[in-house]
Design a binder for this molecule. Structure first.
Ligand code: HAM
Length: 441
């Protein structure tokens, strides 16, 4: 077959798919620790939602959206991020009026951007994100950032850096845009065509230009921090105080402006080199958005949130060998040796599964050697072998595939024994005898 994956996408299967699920569930657990609830919104929305929120001066909306017209002549776009859809949903369902504030939601799912594929950059990627809607305290911003750092800790990383900046309020950004314009004006003829457009629509975007000559110039541009209003300054200072209190290591980056138009006040990114020294770009990013809910027709609610890029997180985890032991398959592998033992093997697999064991059942009647080989390929720890001899005496063989030890066990005790061998908490009898393990109950 010569039909291949679309450029910039990837298949995720077997061990890697299992690793995604484990990482996602670890991230979801952290979100729940911070008292967030789940939300799922459509992967396509009306295009206008994104032009009004992510913003028509952003590269995402100008160049990277998968936009199409459906059979009813509507302009729809695959979501390039989730914040816009979450806020649309909150306003549409009137949660901004009826729900207790703040509304704290997390999500996991695919997002789509037509970008040039490179290290850590895909056209379909996955985000895990949180949105904390209807906050006012700067400490809530710090709390949300620390959720992100906690997620890294849970995944086993300590050296994550948080890059931090403040974009101030609307008047701050107006003053800063004017300053940027006078800085860039004399250089206009030498800038890339994109930057000449950005100069007109939103000069802030010029700081993010990827053209090397423009980057060099951007380094000399004035900093937004010099334009912060009194209120924004003191709000930002309090965010930093709270971060210190929470032991969050951050570095201030006065050039961090972020590529989405809805941000105000604090913005941040999570960065880390992988153990192989690779830089996959920001592993996650976010900030405050104080006008978005109102802009989309709801209450004026200050908010903060961020999203992680799962492909980048997984790449960093893989580089450090943390995914090496992820096993997609089974714990117990039942081998039925002949047609006469099949029905019993089927029944036993049923009992194991109802006792919470991951169980594979092989009814192919291959040689013992071939069956054990299959069991190992399926990551099994124990093989349970049911053959002629065993059946005659109402026993089965349990074989530990790591130590090669095996024993004959009466059929009515096999599930119970397996619970004992694997220390499964369901094994009440032994837990009672061993008070040390009592906390597992
Ligand atoms: P963002 O910075 O555009 O922010 O994306 C967040 C994260 O998604 C990035 O840090 C990166 O890890 C990942 N990401 C973005 N584009 C790609 C790509 N093409 N391939 C792989 N990974 C990618 C947002 O999307 C905001 N909605 C975050 C937010 C939530 N702000 C407030 N609340």
């Amino acid at each position: 077959m010569d039909i291949k994956l679309p450029k910039g996408t990837k298949d995720i299967f077997l061990a890697e798919a299992e690793a995604y699920e484990q990482v996602e569930s670890a991230l979801i657990n952290v979100a729940k620790l911070f008292s967030y609830a789940a939300i799922r919104t459509p992967i396509f929305e009306h295009t206008e939602l994104f032009t009004r929120s992510v913003g028509d001066s952003s590269d995402i909306v100008r160049k990277e959206m998968y936009t199409f017209t459906d059979k009813g002549d509507r302009s729809l776009s695959l979501r390039p991020e989730m914040t816009a859809g979450v806020i649309r949903s909150i306003v549409e369902n009137k949660l901004d009026v009826t729900a207790d504030l703040p509304i704290k939601l997390y999500y996991v799912g695919p997002a789509f951007r037509y970008e040039r594929p490179q290290l850590g950059r895909y056209r379909q990627f996955h985000q895990f994100g949180v949105e904390n809607i209807g906050i006012s305290s700067p400490y809530s911003v710090a709390e949300t950032i620390s959720l992100g750092v906690t997620a890294f800790t849970v995944m086993g990383f300590k050296q994550v850096t948080v890059k931090l900046n403040s974009l101030g309020d609307a008047s701050t950004r107006d003053a800063y845009r004017t300053a940027l314009k006078s800085f860039y004006e004399p250089h206009l003829p030498n800038l890339c065509p994109d930057c000449r457009q950005r100069f007109q629509i939103n000069p802030l975007r010029m700081l993010d230009c990827k053209v090397p000559a423009d980057q060099t110039l951007a380094k000399k541009a004035p900093h937004i921090t010099a334009f912060l209003s009194k209120e924004s300054q003191s709000y930002y200072a309090q965010v930093k105080t709270a971060l210190k209190e929470l032991n969050v290591a951050y570095t201030e980056d006065p050039q961090l402006v972020r590529g989405l138009d809805y941000y105000a006040d604090c913005v941040f990114e999570f960065h880390m080199l992988s153990d192989k020294g690779l830089n996959y770009g920001a592993l996650g990013a976010g900030g405050q958005y104080n006008n978005l809910v109102k802009e989309l027709g709801g209450q004026p609610l200050k908010s903060v949130g961020f999203a992680f890029g799962l492909e980048r997180l997984m790449a960093v985890l893989a580089d450090s060998g943390r995914l090496d032991n992820v096993k997609p398959f089974t714990d117990i592998y039942i081998i039925s040796m002949m047609p006469e033992t099949d029905l019993y093997a089927l029944k036993l697999s049923h009992n194991f599964r109802h006792s919470n064991f991951k169980t594979e059942l092989n009814l192919e009647h291959k040689s013992m050697k071939a069956s054990i080989k299959s069991a190992l390929k399926k990551d099994a720890i124990y093989a349970v072998i049911i053959g002629d001899q065993e059946m005659k005496v109402n026993q089965v063989t349990i074989k530990n595939l790591q130590t090669q030890e095996q024993q004959l066990v009466p059929v009515n005790e096999v599930v119970h024994l397996m619970q004992h061998l694997t220390n499964q908490p369901g094994h009440h009898h032994h837990d009672e005898e061993a008070p040390d393990h009592g906390h597992k109950e």
